[in-house]
Design a protein around this ligand. Sequence first.
Ligand code: ADP
Length: 638
Amino acid sequence: MTLLPYIVNDLRVPLARLLAGALVVALASSACAAGEQGAGGASGKHLLVLFSNNRLLPANVEADRGIRSKLQGLQPDAEISAEFLDYPRFTGEDYIRTLSAYLREKYRERPPQVVVVAGQDAFAFLMDNRRHLFPAAPVVHIAASAAQIEAAAPLPADVVGEPLNIDFRGTVELALRHHAQARHVVVVTGASAFDRAYEAQFRRDAARMGERASFEFLAGLSTQDVLARLAALDRGSVVFTPGFFQDREGRSYFPREAVSIMTKASGAPVYGPFETLIGAGVVGGSMVNFFDMGQEAAEAASAIMVGAEPASLTPPPRAPAQAQLDWREARRWQVPPHLVSRDTLVRFKEPTFWEAHRREALAATGVFALQALLISGLLVERQRRRRTEIALKNNLFQLAHASRRAIAGELTGSIAHEINQPLGAILSNAVAADLMLESGSCTREELREILQDIRRDNMRASEVIRRLRALLQNKELEHAPFDVNEAISDAAHVLRAEVQRRQAQLVVLPAPAPLVVAGDHIQIQQVVINLVLNAMDATATLPPERRAVVVQAASVQGGVDVSVADRGAGVPPAKLEQIFDSFFTTKSAGIGLGLSIARTLVESHHGRIWVENGPQEGAIFHVFLPWPAGAGDSARGT
Ligand code: ADP
């Protein structure tokens, strides 16, 4: 395979003659040539593009694409023919003569209306042979060097175009910026006349760049020598090359091919001035774009086809060469991203997560933000609820306390009476002792008995006061274990005098064993007192024997049941629930808060309060209080 270029090179002149001769004969009689297209025969719009080099040269492929895409849009009925002169592989007078004869014959019947010449060899060929070939067809040139155009000046009025501007300086500056440690620039060009023309330009450009870097030209060497020198380079150098068509030994390349070989061997990053070199291992360059050039040429050709004078065409200002970077190579050669300027076109860059999934990321961020907002909202709400709960608890506490004061107020009369009894007894005992002492008739034993009576009565009075004070105490809510039996017996003690005053009976039936629940002992006592007072209210108008109220505590499934039963009229079935609502009362002096407060207190103990009517008569109120967490029913013997 590698011998092929040598063989081709050796045989190039005879082959060229043979090939051209055969083509003249074969194609001159045929209207159908490679590259022809469209129905331009009918419209007369016929564009011939002469490319300097091979059909497969990437620059030609790009320019051809640009010409066709543009012209098809502007002049859909135009015919496009393309010829590839295959310089510099085939050169020489014979080749040119044969080529020109071939083209003359081929296009004799259907001469092109406009000719586009792409590249300096095609330009030179046409300028030399135009009068034999297509003397009437205006010419649009692309990709010919400025030096060549200058040398050919003045150009005829019907020859227009923009010279190719290879941005040597821009590319070298880009390379030196990307590789701050590099001070040496190695310029590689080839051995063909075409390559030599490039070399001349680069030498001129390098001379104008002054002291920025030292320049070394590897011009017209053998491929082997070039590769050896490139391999010896380090990061202190950068390489500039447009590629080359031929090396010293006459080996032919497409420039991209040559660049590919060089980038593989080089110990320094390689930069080039053509976009077609991207992907061949170059890091980047200030690059010209052959596709755009093709499009501009097609625009000019189209204007001429519809009657514009070539001389009147002012070629559009050529977009300056574009700084480009192959991201894969930039990473390989560790180009710091911050040194890549914003106007550089970065190719093959894998999009970052953000770039690739911007929409999804935005959506997800939105969802997260919303979620965060929702969570914060919920947290704020929870905090607010807590504050409200605390406030409610405080209010409840105040309310319960106020209610207890009201109860105490209600009981004042009977309690005063209850205290009066022991106080009266104390007084009588004291008077009796006094008399006995005065008469001198008392024995020690009698005196002791009197003193014991006084002490007992005193204790009775202080017990009443103690219980009342306990009820009235404005202390914080408690949450401690207490025996429900004790709570109902305390309630009964507080109520004893009131029960007597009302000529009622209060029967307390505690459970045989302690019924320990958790909560506030005073609050449960308050609930029971409330229920008993209501029961006595309900039976107040009945004969005294029916004014009995029975308070019973029992262990039931899951907790303790305290029932308060009376023999009154009971609660109308429709009101069984309603009587627990605030301000529901059927009493003329009632407020309707007693049962509502009782329910709140019981529920704050995780319990339940309800009422049912007795089987025969009266109402039975039930208060259920659960066992403390962790204490099972079995432990209670239920
Ligand atoms: P108040 O005692 O101020 O009316 P309560 O909330 O304690 O407020 O009672 C609400 C209502 O429930 C009473 O007005 C009464 O109609 C009814 N009630 C309460 N206890 C009994 C009972 N033992 N028998 C019949 N009705 C009762």
